[in-house]
Design a protein around this ligand. Sequence first.
Ligand SMILES: Cc1cc2nc3c(=O)[nH]c(=O)nc-3n(C[C@H](O)[C@H](O)[C@H](O)COP(=O)(O)O)c2cc1C
Length: 230
Amino acid sequence: MKKTVSIMTAGMLLLGLTACSGNTAALSPAVSESSESKETQAIETGSGNDEPSVQTTVMESEESVQDTTAGTGKDVLVVYFSATGTTKGVAEMIADITDGDLYEIRPAQEYTEADLNWNDPDSRSTKEQDDKSARPEIGSDPVSFDGYTTIYIGYPIWWGEEPRIMDTFVEAHDFSGITVIPFCTSSSSGIGRSGTNLAENAGSGNWLEGQRFGAGASVDDLESWISGLQ
Ligand SMILES: Cc1cc2nc3c(=O)[nH]c(=O)nc-3n(C[C@H](O)[C@H](O)[C@H](O)COP(=O)(O)O)c2cc1C
């Protein structure tokens, strides 16, 4: 396991350098990304014991980011969870483009650098991702979907899937009558089954095929994707 995890780290870091943004991934791929991610990435590269270059969790308390209230007159909401800031950047660009409101899913217990260490089989993130029933508690103020007709929902890929806190969120909300558009960021993995998992766990809403972006996603990339949705 340790060897596999170390190799996965090297694979992600290596592939992250070459990852293109805007890869399209099917909502319901035939192959489960969860099993593919650990095993496929294990053969991407042959060595690597480096520590992951994961930075301390970015959890700014910007009032503007969390200032999401029904009645703003906007019909687009961009919901996101971001442990190290990449998904946050993409979410902010989507909100700018769509003139949407932003809502950040913040964990009740923030993820530390140690929590995010995928080299450690006992780290919090590894244990959560190994347990499909894990539902980390959300600490941000509740959000109402009143008035919103479209919700973009974003997250980083962890071990080929959505972080379990995303399941906590979708299971706690009613998406009925809302078009829901998943997006994710990753070093190299596709969106895999994460959008499908979220749709199934939500149990309501009109979920569209999601999209994966790399750390270098640009406004042009996002505008092109969003215009293709309409
Ligand atoms: C615990 C953990 C697991 C990860 N697993 C994968 C993975 O399976 N595939 C991948 O391409 N990237 C993986 N990554 C990298 C993140 O998906 C990527 O850095 C993402 O853009 C981070 O988004 P954020 O800054 O919004 O948290 C993982 C990162 C962490 C912390």
